[in-house]
Design a protein around this ligand. Structure first.
Ligand SMILES: Cc1ncc(COP(=O)(O)O)c(C=O)c1O
Length: 381
């Protein structure tokens, strides 16, 4: 059945805030009406109040935040050596908090540049101290993940920062690299929980929740406790210290209580789907069929090179069309796809072309519908 045969159903390819499973939306709506102490069991006692109108220091909210923290370990595989934090300010605030907290006296911060988001992280670090970009794929329009530099390129650094998935360009590290003794910092905003990865290699990870974990306005941070105990190179305002937020976890000031609840419900959904291993298998299947359709086409040209292709954000152009017609044809593709119920396929403004974001919650049937639409569009283009 194609999307146009299912009136009212929209396949949501948005890069973020992104699709959420219907059951997660239902449970979030229930908690907005009345929070239940025992979770989502309809028999569980309601507290007589909405989640939105209770104190973040109340017993019911304590169950929400502690439950979410526990699920981050259980479902996402965040090691027990790490403190889980739910912060605000998006992943963008982490671009600044990381160098503020992790720079060490006399040591450079090292970065691998894989596009817009890593460049923004690099800019923040440069404001604070010596910053070395030890690899970049800028020269090939960020169509790949550069080779991991040899250890002496980052030996003695305060930390090494990578972006595990580049939402805009559609590239992703095939595996989390081993940085040895140098703390590895990973912006995993757009691929956390997408497949099993070596979480134990990450000293500090951060992810804006609005792609694979829930709504915007809450940022998951996980940090090895050893790093919390170390002294930053400069003065860091109290609010911007990880140690402040770790002391009474995620309760230093009023948190995004709704965001944390949705994140918890999302993690419960992930667990119910078979966890990250099962979601990973599904994600590989979804992405593989979409890349196969792109590779087999004379009209579509995938942006990301094999070996660096993202499971979550698939990017391509209409490279097979004459250059003079490409822009108009791309606009027609987006318009006709939207009419067919395939929403959010326009590429990011900085790269153009098309992008299908197929996060954990995106159903495989939607990928099949996109492929069918693409074939039909190519036939008639
Ligand atoms: C990989 C990555 N890092 C950082 C950001 C910025 O996130 P935020 O808007 O939460 O600050 C994004 C947003 O799309 C992203 O995809």
């Amino acid at each position: 059945m194609t999307a146009s045969e299912r009136p009212g159903v929209i396949r949501n390819f948005s890069a973020g805030p992104a699709i959420l499973p219907p059951v997660v939306l239902d449970r979030a709506a229930e908690a907005v009406r009345e929070l239940r102490l025992g979770g989502h069991d309809p028999e569980a006692p309601g507290i007589g109040l909405s989640l939105l109108e209770i104190s973040h220091r109340s017993k019911p909210y304590d169950l929400v935040t502690k439950g979410a923290e526990e699920l981050c370990h259980e479902v996402l595989g965040i090691p027990r050596t790490h403190q889980v934090l739910f912060l605000q300010g998006g992943a963008s605030l982490q671009f600044a908090m990381v160098p503020m907290n992790l720079r060490r006296e006399g040591k450079a911060a090292c970065y691998i540049d894989t596009g817009t988001w890593s460049s923004k992280a690099i800019d923040e670090s440069k404001l604070l101290g010596e910053t070395r970009v030890i690899a970049s794929s800028a020269e090939t329009r960020y169509d790949r993940i550069p080779a991991m530099p040899a250890a002496d390129a980052y030996a003695g650094a305060s930390y090494l920062h990578i972006t595990s998935n580049n939402t805009i360009y559609g590239t992703e590290w095939a595996a989390i690299p081993d940085a040895g003794d140098v703390p590895l910092v990973v912006d995993c905003s757009s691929d956390i929980g997408a497949q099993p990865v070596a979480m134990e290699r990450i000293a500090l990870g951060y992810a804006g929740a609005q792609k694979n974990l829930g709504p915007s306005g809450v940022t998951l941070v996980f940090i090895h406790r050893d790093l919390l105990a170390e002294k930053p190179a400069g003065v860091v305002p109290k609010y911007l210290r990880y140690a402040t937020h770790a002391k009474e976890p995620s309760l230093y000031n009023t948190p995004n209580t709704f965001g944390v609840l949705v994140l918890k419900v999302m993690l419960e959904w992930m667990r119910g789907e078979g966890g990250v291993p099962a979601l990973g298998e599904r994600n590989h299947r979804k992405a593989a069929k979409l890349y196969a359709a792109l590779d087999a086409s004379a009209l579509y040209t995938p942006h990301a090179q094999p070996g660096s292709r993202s499971l979550m954000n698939v990017t391509w152009t209409l490279g097979g069309a004459p250059e003079a017609e490409r822009e108009a044809l791309t606009a027609r593709f987006v318009k006709e796809a939207t009419t067919a119920g395939l929403d959010g396929l326009k590429g990011h403004r900085s790269v153009g072309g098309l992008r299908a974001s197929i996060y954990n919650a995106f159903p495989e049937a939607g990928v099949d519908e996109l492929i069918a639409f693409m074939r039909e569009f190519e036939r008639t283009a």
